[in-house]
Design a protein around this ligand. Structure first.
Ligand SMILES: Cc1ncc(C[n+]2csc(CCOP(=O)(O)OP(=O)(O)O)c2C)c(N)n1
Ligand SMILES: [Mg+2]
Length: 371
C-alpha cells in the first residue's frame, strides 16, 4: 500500500509522522473504539437471542469511524452518515442508551420505533442526519448541507460516509459533481471494506480503487489505511482544513475490511474465505492502536483491560435499560405527518386504537396479527 497514507503499521509501529494530539484525545479515541466494538458485540448477541430484530456488524471498521469523528468540530460541523458507523456517535457523546433505544425501537427512540434498528438520527450532541437505507442518498444531502453553510458564510463542514458499493449510485456521482463545481465544504469518506454484501470490490469497479474517482470531478482523492486510526484522523483533518479554508471537497478512501457479515441477515462464510478474515485479524485497528499507546507510555495494559471491561458492562446495562422501556403507543403510528390530523385519518386511528386495545397485544394462536 505504498500510495496509502499510514502512520502505524499493523504491528503498532510508527512508520509515518504522527499527528500532534494530546494524551487525553488519544485515550478518548481509543476508548471510543473499544466502546464501538462492545456496542457491536452486544447488538450481535441481542439479535442472535431474538431480543432485537437486526444489526449491522461494525467489527473491523472502528478506526474509520473514530478517526474521522475526532477530526470534526461538532460545534459547527455536520455528519451525513451511512449505517456502518457506530463510532462517530459514540466518540461525540451520544449515549449508548439512546442508541439502544433505537435498536429496540422503544418509546424513547427519537424515531419512535418507525425506523429499522441501526437507522439512527441525532440532533444533539452532534448534527447527525437520519440514516437512510437507500444507498448514497446521504451524499447529495451532505452537499446541500455544505452549500447551505457556505451560503451563510459559516465555517462548518459536512462529513459524509458511505461504502465502496455506494460509489455506484447516482447520489455519489451527482453529489461529487455538484460539490466539485461549487466547491462545497464536504468530506466524502468512502469506507472501502472489500464488499457490497456479497459483491467484492473487483466486481464493482474497473478503476484502481476509489480515491481515483475524485479526479473526474476535479476533487482531490486520498487513500488511507482505514485500520490505522491516526492515519484516518490525519487524512480527514487535512480535508476539513481545506474545506474550512474555502478550498472545496476531498474524497478519501479508507481501506479496511468488514470482519463479519453485511448484516445479521447475512452469512459471510458462504462467500468470504476464512483465510481472509484471519489475515485481516492481523491488521485489527484496536490491537494496533493499543500496542502503540502502551509503547508510548500513554496507556497501561491494566488501564486497557479496565476500559474493555467497563465498555462491556456499559453496553449490557444500556441494553437492559432500553429493553425495559415501553413500546411506542399505537397512536404514534398516526402522528408527525400532518400538523392537524385529517378527518379520515382520525377515523382510522380511532378504529385501530379501539380495536387493538379491546383485543390486547400480540399475535393470535396462528402466529398472525389479528385484523
Ligand atoms: C439504492 C440501493 N440499492 C441497493 C440496496 C441494497 N443494498 C443494501 S446494502 C448494499 C451493499 C452496500 O455496500 P457498500 O456501499 O460497500 O456498504 P457496506 O454495506 O459494505 O458498508 C446493497 C446493495 C440499497 N439499500 N439501496
Ligand atoms: Mg462495502
Amino acid at each position: 500500500m505504498s500510495d496509502t497514507l499510514q502512520i502505524l503499521d499493523p504491528s503498532g509501529k510508527k512508520v509515518g509522522a504522527a499527528p500532534r494530539l494530546k494524551a487525553d484525545t488519544l485515550l478518548r479515541m481509543f476508548r471510543a473504539m473499544v466502546r464501538t466494538r462492545a456496542f457491536d458485540e452486544r447488538c450481535m448477541k441481542l439479535q442472535r437471542t431474538g431480543r432485537i430484530g437486526f444489526s449491522i456488524p461494525n467489527r473491523g471498521i472502528e478506526a474509520v469511524s473514530v478517526g474521522s469523528a475526532a477530526a470534526l468540530d461538532i460545534a459547527q460541523d455536520w455528519v451525513a452518515p451511512h449505517y456502518r458507523d457506530f463510532g462517530i456517535m459514540l466518540y461525540h457523546g451520544v449515549e449508548a442508551e439512546a442508541m439502544m433505544d433505537n435498536m429496540y425501537g422503544n418509546a424513547a427512540d427519537g424515531s419512535v420505533g418507525r425506523q429499522m434498528p441501526v437507522h439512527f438520527s441525532f440532533r444533539e450532541p452532534l448534527r447527525y442526519l437520519s440514516i437512510s437505507s437507500p444507498l448514497g442518498t446521504q451524499i447529495p444531502q451532505a452537499v446541500g448541507v455544505g452549500m447551505a453553510m457556505k451560503g451563510r458564510g459559516e465555517d462548518g463542514v459536512c462529513l459524509t460516509t458511505f461504502g465502496d458499493g455506494s460509489t455506484n449510485t447516482l447520489g455519489f456521482h451527482s453529489g461529487m459533481n455538484f460539490a466539485g463545481v461549487f466547491g462545497a465544504p464536504v468530506i466524502f469518506l468512502c469506507q472501502n471494506n472489500g464488499w457490497a454484501i456479497s459483491c467484492p470490490v473487483e466486481k464493482q469497479t474497473a478503476s484502481e480503487g476509489f480515491a481515483v474517482k475524485g479526479e473526474a470531478y476535479g476533487i482531490p482523492g486520498v487513500k488511507v489505511d482505514g485500520n490505522d486510526v491516526l492515519a484516518v484522523y490525519r487524512a480527514v483533518s487535512e480535508a476539513v482544513k481545506r474545506a474550512r479554508a474555502g478550498e472545496g471537497p476531498t474524497l478519501i478512501e479508507a481501506v479496511t475490511f468488514r470482519m463479519g457479515g453485511h448484516s445479521t441477515s447475512d452469512d459471510p462464510s458462504k462467500y468470504v474465505e476464512a483465510s481472509e478474515f484471519k489475515e485481516w485479524e492481523q491488521r485489527c485497528p484496536l490491537k494496533r492502536f493499543r500496542t502503540w499507546l502502551i509503547h508510548e507510555g500513554k496507556l497501561s495494559e491494566e488501564q486497557a483491560m479496565a476500559m474493555e471491561a467497563e465498555a462491556d458492562a456499559e453496553m449490557l446495562a444500556a441494553s437492559r435499560v432500553a429493553a425495559a422501556k415501553p413500546k411506542p403507543a399505537l397512536e404514534t403510528i398516526f402522528n408527525d405527518v400532518f400538523e392537524t390530523m385529517p378527518k379520515h385519518l382520525r377515523t382510522q386511528a380511532d378504529w385501530c386504537i379501539g380495536h387493538y386495545s379491546s383485543r390486547g397485544e400480540g399475535v393470535d394462536e396462528k402466529g398472525e396479527f389479528p385484523l
